[in-house]
Design a protein around this ligand. Structure first.
Ligand SMILES: Cc1cc2nc3c(=O)[nH]c(=O)nc-3n(C[C@H](O)[C@H](O)[C@H](O)COP(=O)(O)O)c2cc1C
Length: 256
C-alpha cells in the first residue's frame, strides 16, 4: 500500500475483533511513526501510554464517555498526551537542530538568537495564554495522524475518543501532562473500508488561493488521478452498510 492508498483507505474503525490481540511490534511501529513526525521546536512533547486489554480496567474505560462501547471492544488503547514540560528543553532541542545542520546560520539561526529571542518569545506566548498547549496539541495531531496511517498499512483500525479522566490518578502522569485523545486500536470487525469514504466539506469551501473567498481551483484531472491511486475512494454509505451495522450490533449484543 503506498501513501496515496493508505491515506485513502484509513477509516475510523469502531468495531474490533475483540478476540484478536494486536502484536506489540505493530504498536511499536505506530509509536515510532509518531516519534518521527514534525514537532514544533523539536521539543517532542507528544507522549503516550499504551494499555493492553488485560490491563484495561473499568476505571480506564469510564475515563472517556460515561458508556463508551467503542472502548470496551478495543484490544489496545493508546492514551496520547502532551507534556508541556517538554518546552523547558526548547533551547537545547533547537541548538541540537543547529548542530545537525537542520537550522542554518544563513537564515539567522545562532545560539544567541535561540536564547535571546526564540525561547523568551514562546515562553511569553505560553504565559499569556494557552499557546504552549496549542502548539503541543498540534504536535500531537501530526504524530497521531502518522500513527493512524501506519496502523492502516498494518491492517489495523483506529479511532480517537475524548478523555475526561484523571491522568494523574489513572497513570501517574506528571501535572504538566495533558491527555488529548484516547485511541482505540485493533483488527477491524467491520469492513476495513467502513462502507466507503466518509463525507467531507466541499474542497472549495475548505481551501483558498491567495485570500479568503477565492477557492483553490480543484482540477478534475488531479481528482481522477487520485481516484486511480486509491486516495479518493467510493463515498459512504455502501448499499450494504446498514445490514452490516445490524449484523455487528447482533454480534456484539448492542442495540441497533
Ligand atoms: C480529534 C478527534 C476526535 C474524535 N472523537 C471521536 C469520538 O469521540 N468518537 C468517535 O466515534 N469518533 C471520533 N473521531 C473520529 C471522527 O468522527 C472521524 O474521523 C470522522 O467521522 C470521519 O471519519 P473517518 O475518520 O472514517 O474518515 C474523532 C476524530 C478526531 C480527529
Amino acid at each position: 500500500m503506498d501513501i496515496f492508498e493508505t491515506i485513502g483507505s484509513r477509516r475510523s474503525i469502531r468495531f474490533y475483533q475483540t478476540w484478536r490481540p494486536v502484536e506489540r511490534w505493530k504498536i511499536q511501529t505506530m509509536l515510532e511513526a509518531a516519534r518521527l513526525a514534525s514537532h514544533a521546536a523539536n521539543v517532542n512533547a507528544l507522549r503516550a501510554v499504551v494499555v493492553e486489554r488485560e490491563n484495561i480496567t473499568e476505571e480506564i474505560e469510564n475515563a472517556t464517555l460515561p458508556v463508551n462501547m467503542q472502548l470496551r471492544l478495543a484490544p489496545t488503547l493508546i492514551f496520547w498526551y502532551g507534556d508541556l514540560a517538554a518546552w523547558d528543553d526548547q533551547s537545547e532541542t533547537l541548538k541540537k537542530l543547529m548542530q545537525v545542520g537542520a537550522l542554518a546560520p544563513g537564515f539567522g539561526w545562532s545560539e544567541a538568537f535561540i536564547d535571546d529571542f526564540m525561547v523568551p518569545m514562546t515562553k511569553a506566548a505560553s504565559e499569556a495564554g494557552e499557546q504552549g498547549a496549542i502548539m503541543t496539541a498540534l504536535d500531537a495531531g501530526l504524530g497521531i495522524a502518522q500513527a493512524q496511517l501506519i496502523a492502516t498499512t498494518l491492517g489495523l483500525g483506529t479511532c480517537l475518543n475524548p478523555f475526561f479522566g484523571d491522568a494523574q490518578a489513572l497513570f501517574g502522569l506528571p501535572e504538566t501532562a495533558r491527555i488529548w485523545w484516547v485511541m482505540t486500536v485493533g483488527y477491524p470487525a467491520e469492513s476495513p473500508d467502513g462502507g466507503g469514504q466518509r463525507p467531507r466539506e466541499d474542497f472549495e469551501k475548505l481551501f483558498h488561493l491567495g485570500r479568503y473567498g477565492e477557492p483553490f481551483p480543484r482540477d478534475d484531472d488531479v481528482v481522477e488521478q487520485l481516484e486511480e491511486a486509491g486516495m479518493i475512494q467510493e463515498p459512504a454509505p455502501a448499499p450494504w452498510r446498514k445490514d452490516e451495522l445490524r449484523a455487528l450490533a447482533a454480534m456484539f449484543g448492542l442495540p441497533e
